[in-house]
Design a protein around this ligand. Sequence first.
Ligand code: ADP
Ligand code: NA
Length: 332
Amino acid sequence: GFTPRVFSGIQPSGNLHLGNYLGALKRFVEMQNNGIESIYCMVDLHAITVWQDPADLRNATRELAAGFIAAGLDPEKSILFNQSQVAEHTQLAWIFNCVARMGWMQRMTQWKDKAGKNQQNASLGLFAYPSLMAADILVYHATHVPVGEDQKQHLELTRDIAIKFNHDYGVDFFPITEPVIEGAATRVMSLRDGAKKMSKSDTSDASRINMTDDADTIARKIRKAKTDPLALPSEAKGLEERPEARNLVNIYAALSEQGVDAVLRDLGGKQFSEFKPMLADLAVAKLAPISEEMARLMQDVTEIDRILQNGAARARAIAAPILDRTYDIVGM
Ligand code: ADP
Ligand code: NA
């Protein structure tokens, strides 16, 4: 058996938002507080599979680290570091490039989406991305990975790589990592379009609440969020055909740590003109302290860099023996 260990990564590609907070950071902090050994990585090597301006990348990496810490991640308890500082990730990824098959990669829907029509012009790194992700996870023998719906297929590929490696070399060396799937309530949708996920890459800033937004900006974006003319229903079933309304109620439920039904039992019958200010107050109460703490941490980037270096050293202490053993198994 393998010791339970959680790994997850987030790309430092800027615009950290409420979806990242509710769907990732807040859950990571809960796992840490449940006492599970947790390793969190800023995956800068994944970020550069599409063009990143160097100064922006450096800043986004520090800002993401500040976001983790401001959200409650304790860099003494958990391991928080930057992917490019632990070379074992790329070293294991090469081995996995030789285990994974071209056809497996070609089937990845994210590859097809991100490369678009002009696959010949996409980076080789974008194509091989899932192999590096498998290495990120397996270089720590991580048993559990919290993933969004969009990463499920990549985790499936991680499992396929572990199975093929173990089979090809006749070992039981890599664990078959389990996904920890987020609930529907933690999937935050765009404030401008209930059919789209809230995303860093959305060109409309009004579509998302950024973790760096101040109180006034948060309140304004919620006031302007798209809704419908109906009142809030008294149970979740009443939100089924109302994606924008459902999204705002989901956000309220997640921020107040209640179920949707409990929220609607209290607030059913209210108009959005009344509900939106309540949601704005709640969002400001929960998020403004985080954005203030992020801003404070960003004033001392040498301290952030020191925390990340310390995290990288602790990560390497786990990864290096696993890579050594992998090389040994492969005959190197
Ligand atoms: P984005 O999709 O904005 O580019 P990432 O892909 O870097 O963000 O996601 C980082 C983490 O945040 C992942 O764990 C992902 O599941 C989570 N996440 C991203 N967007 C959302 C969202 N809208 N709702 C819930 N979780 C999200
Ligand atoms: Na994503």
